[in-house]
Design a protein around this ligand. Structure first.
Ligand code: UD1
Length: 418
């Protein structure tokens, strides 16, 4: 089992180029199923979740290639509508393939993604929305058998919560449906807009993304397209926190600060000097890290749930106590037990974490409990004295493209041991 080792207490400085967004590339790859021609996707991060998506696409009969940051998918020869259980288990977000497979093939069989490390992750909104579009769904022994005997038909869908995944699944299914679909209370996350931009460049007619009402005018077919994935806003937060905890001064190129407004203000309040232009962020910290007023995670454009663990790692080293409220996922604080091994003082109860700043961390062995919890450990390890050993790094590799390489470019010392 591989480990990341980090020799901490090294001030980070210099410049890195930010990876493409994990949460964009996966739905976009699912979207290539609809296209039927060759799609060329640029700025693809090198992640295990991307490799799993390509395995799913190949299994379905698509022809896929990967050359650095460019992935091509040709779904012309798609001949299957089933995702094997083993691949579903590798990547929980594979649920987003459901809408695309049903739209293209008229049916789909996948195993139910079940619970996960962040607590229960229900898919009821995905399923009830697809049913409204004309999909008949039967659950049997952990499998979902989906069929649209009369094709998909546009309709009005009111989401009870603006779920990112459900919004994406509806967009994918409705792109090829007969007539118009309107999603009310849709997710406004930039990754939803990126998916729509890709599909529109392939001939879809989707408008309203970024607002809470999205209209999808179904078209008969899509064609191949070229698309570049937006920058990863959560990876940006990770490198910003890495700079902050080491008293660093770094520039993150290829970032999109406009996607990070709620987070940038937290870093400023914590005493960091943050400057941004359209495509880069500079973050510098000279003085002490400071506590910040209560942070609450909410849907975009509010503070993102995925940035929570990373920012909590940073605020564990601030002067004073910060209160954090996690409103999206029920069981997101498992990683705090691992941060405590490095010396963090965090109390959690239900949705709330009380983070009491400490002066320093010290090295220890710790283990990733989930992707962003793992990123929090990396950030913390950069500020420890001695060498911190982080195990179960397969979680980190799902979402970060060469995190150790980037740390080393910035003057830190991190390496992977197999
Ligand atoms: C969530 C994040 C997204 C992040 C992604 C990856 C939010 C709103 N969404 O998206 O920004 O990129 O994780 O970590 O912050 N829910 C249901 N039924 C459903 C679907 C969701 O009850 O069918 C609930 C979930 O339990 C959760 C909330 O809705 O409480 C948000 O879920 P959703 O946005 O769908 O999650 P992801 O798509 O995984």
């Amino acid at each position: 089992m591989s480990k990341i080792l980090i020799e901490g207490n090294k001030r980070l400085s210099g410049e890195i180029r930010l990876q493409g967004a994990k949460n964009s590339v996966l739905p976009v790859l699912a979207g290539t199923i609809l296209c039927g021609g060759e799609c060329e996707i640029h700025n693809c991060p090198n992640l295990s979740d991307v490799n799993t998506s390509l395995k799913i696409l190949s299994h379905l009969g698509c022809y896929c290639t990967k050359d650095g940051e460019v992935v091509t998918v040709n779904s012309n020869g798609i001949n299957s509508f089933e995702i094997p259980d083993s691949l579903m288990r590798e990547m929980r977000s594979s649920i987003v393939f459901l809408g695309a497979i049903v739209a293209r093939m008229g049916k789909a069989v996948i195993s139910s993604p079940g619970g996960c490390e962040l607590g229960p992750r229900p898919i009821d909104l995905h399923l009830s929305s697809l049913e409204k579009l004309g999909v008949i769904i039967k659950e049997d022994h952990g499998f979902l058998y989906c069929e649209a005997p009369n094709g998909l038909k546009g309709t009005e869908i009111h989401l009870s919560f603006p779920s990112v995944g459900a919004t994406e699944n509806i967009i994918l299914a409705a792109a090829l449906a007969r007539g118009t679909t309107v999603i009310h209370n849709a997710a406004k996350e930039p990754e939803v807009s990126d998916l729509a931009d890709f599909l529109n460049s392939a001939g879809a007619k989707i408008c309203g993304c970024g607002s809470d009402t999205i209209e999808i005018h179904g078209v008969k077919s899509l064609h191949g397209a070229k698309h570049s994935i937006i920058p990863d806003r959560i990876a940006a937060v990770t490198y910003m926190a890495a700079s902050a905890v080491t008293g660093g001064d770094i520039i993150i190129k290829n970032a999109m600060p406009s996607h990070l407004m709620s987070v940038l203000s937290v870093f400023k309040e914590a005493g960091c000097n943050v400057t941004a232009d359209a495509r880069s962020i500079r973050i510098k910290r000279d003085g002490e890290l400071l506590r910040v007023p209560t942070i609450r995670t909410l849907v975009y454009p509010a503070f993102p749930t995925d940035a929570g663990p990373i920012v909590i790692a940073m605020l564990s080293l601030a002067q004073g106590t910060t209160v954090f409220v996690e409103n999206i996922f029920e069981n997101r604080y498992k990683y705090t037990e691992e941060l405590k091994r490095l010396g963090a003082k965090i109390k959690t109860e239900g949705k709330v974490a009380v983070v009491e700043g400490v002066k320093k961390f010290s090295a220890a062995c710790c283990e990733c409990t989930d992707l962003r919890g793992g990123a929090a450990l990396v950030v913390a390890a950069l500020a420890t004295e001695g060498v911190t050993e982080i195990s179960k790094i397969e979680h980190i590799l799902r979402g970060y493209d060469d995190i150790t390489g980037n740390i080393n470019i910035l003057g830190g010392k991190a390496w992977i041991e197999h």
